[in-house]
Design a protein around this ligand. Sequence first.
Ligand code: COA
Length: 318
Amino acid sequence: MAVDGHTLEFCLAEEADFEEVMSISGDVYGGIDYLPVRYHAWIRDPFRRVILAKKKGQIVALVSANIVDNGHTAVFEGLRVAPLERGKGIAGLIQGYCLNLVKDQFPEVKVHRYTKSGQLAPKILTKFRLICKQEVLSVQFKAEDIRPKLEAAVAQLKESGKEWEDPVLLGASDAKRVFLSPRVVDGVLPGKTIIQDWVPYRPLESNLKKLVSQDFIWMADDKEEPTVLSVGTAPYRVPLGTGYHRLNIDIFGKQFPRARNQLLAQLQQGVSTLEVPIYCLLYFEPSMWQDMLSFCQTALGLHKDRDFEGQNLLEADM
Ligand SMILES: CC(C)(COP(=O)(O)OP(=O)(O)OC[C@H]1O[C@@H](n2cnc3c(N)ncnc32)[C@H](O)[C@@H]1OP(=O)(O)O)[C@@H](O)C(=O)NCCC(=O)NCCS
């Protein structure tokens, strides 16, 4: 395959490619790229392939396929093309190469999924099914500044009597049981999928086993009859600026007051021991957008940082 008259070559990424990959990633996601903290683990993961495209020996693109759902799904993540090489079809070419490699090496993979922000061009929907859409609210704050605001907001809700119920922290075995229960799968999860920091997983024992072994915070409004659930990442470093950490809180369910309570409890857990600037991404059911935005503004003094225009989960057969 040629781009600008030069052959495009594909290979598996190695640990030693890290610096060069970072050099093409400067503007990715406006400074909140997760790849710097995940790259080395990705390279070592036997259920993942990280592919590079090279032109004249230089890295010009990366994409990764994460094999999940008992080996039936390839989730594409991390796609990026070097800024000066965009608009030449390289994203399509590297994804095509990666798809063929997955078909070859993981023949049991039946579908290909990825999550994407923003409005969907009609062309995408000719190739992919839209499984579900979550809203994305991005806010920034300093951990030490938000703590007293969270305390005050919880105290006010407690005083109001009816509005506050303590969210329940779920340990590994409860998280597995709750997220695998048919009531949650059918009635609470968007598109019957657990989306954790943009990565979609079907609620299957093997996925839950992997997920609960990581340092995530799992919560429910009720352990036995949950209507709202959430999963928060431990904050991780991002390139945005000195000390910047990214915190992701995925909330599932449709009842705003309960989702808001989970948000407060997740934030309290997430920022409890930090003194750093945080870029926080909240994902939730689209019908709650206005309520969530006003609550963040009025009770916590937070403002929407950038417009993601939603998180779409897309799927196509292999
Ligand atoms: C988005 C990006 C990878 C597109 O690269 P590009 O080489 O300029 O894209 P091209 O216009 O050449 O290729 C478009 C192809 O990639 C696909 N594509 C574009 N954006 C995509 C995305 N976010 N996820 C998956 N595929 C995407 C298009 O559907 C199209 O496929 P087709 O050729 O089969 O129709 C590039 O702009 C980039 O690196 N942006 C910064 C990182 C980023 O936002 N990545 C998206 C992660 S979801």
